[in-house]
Write a protein that binds this ligand. Structure first.
Ligand SMILES: C[S@@+](CC[C@H](N)C(=O)[O-])C[C@H]1O[C@@H](n2cnc3c(N)ncnc32)[C@H](O)[C@@H]1O
Length: 223
């Protein structure tokens, strides 16, 4: 698809889902425990050793795609170690060319559902976590596939003291903010993004196509 011709999100859902509060409350009642495959345990353990030896504070780019944003973050935060995580080997393969631009970035191929469960149990010094343009799942029946509608959400919120979410679908960002509010643990700030220099391919194509872009910043209260 040509840059500038990305269709806007179409959904019959024009406002936060009416079942959102019920779904988030149900997920908050139990710790989410999904079986973690051996390969995921192994790659997390290997990275754990690197993180412990490295000692720098971490910034996570969860769902980093081809890793362009991870490298931008690495250049902006030279004192931090940036970890880009994505489940797509094909996309991560493309991250190699970007990664040459910075030495403080590493990439991990992982399913975030497994990664966040392991991260919650770890002692990693995470300072901030980016969720840039997650898949919107715009059909109303897909609510539970959006991160805030998924049972992993309470666990996700425990993995970082600060989050930055960006999306071209206002409903997604509003729902995420509401889900955060329902769990009563955080402060947040929702703002439109205008005139920014894009840091991801999705951001670039949405901006070039004239979409409205939104950013939600969440700061978690310490327990
Ligand atoms: C819409 S793309 C956005 C990529 C990038 N952040 C950007 O803005 O260009 C969403 C990314 O999330 C990744 N993703 C979706 N679900 C995931 C999961 N469960 N675990 C890891 N990555 C996932 C996809 O592979 C994809 O690269």
């Amino acid at each position: 698809m040509l840059l500038g011709q990305s269709p806007k999100i179409e959904s019959s859902q024009l406002a936060p889902h009416r079942n959102l509060a019920k779904v988030v409350a149900r997920h908050a009642q139990h710790d989410y425990r999904n079986t973690i495959p051996q390969y995921a345990l192994q790659s997390f353990a290997e990275l754990d050793e690197t993180i412990r030896a490295d000692g720098r504070p971490l910034i996570l780019d969860s769902g980093c795609g081809v890793g362009e944003s991870s490298v931008q973050l690495a250049l902006q935060h030279p004192q931090h170690l940036i970890i880009g995580i994505d489940k797509s080997a094909q996309r991560l393969d493309k991250s190699k060319s970007h990664a040459l631009a910075a030495s403080n970035v590493i990439f991990l191929r992982a399913d975030l559902i497994h990664f966040w469960q392991l991260l919650e149990q770890s002692q990693w010094p995470v300072e901030k976590q980016y969720l840039l343009y997650p898949n919107p799942w715009p059909k109303p029946s897909h609510l539970q596939r959006r991160w805030h509608g998924h049972p992993i959400f309470p666990c996700l919120l425990k993995t970082s003291p600060e989050f930055v979410l960006r999306s071209n679908w206002l409903v997604y960002v509003q729902e995420f903010a509401l889900a955060v509010e329902y769990l009563k643990a955080e402060q947040f700030h929702l703002q439109p993004l205008q005139g920014i220099t894009p840091i991801t391919p999705f951001e670039r194509k949405y901006q070039a196509s004239g979409h409205d872009l939104f950013e939600l910043i969440i700061r978690c209260k310490s327990e």
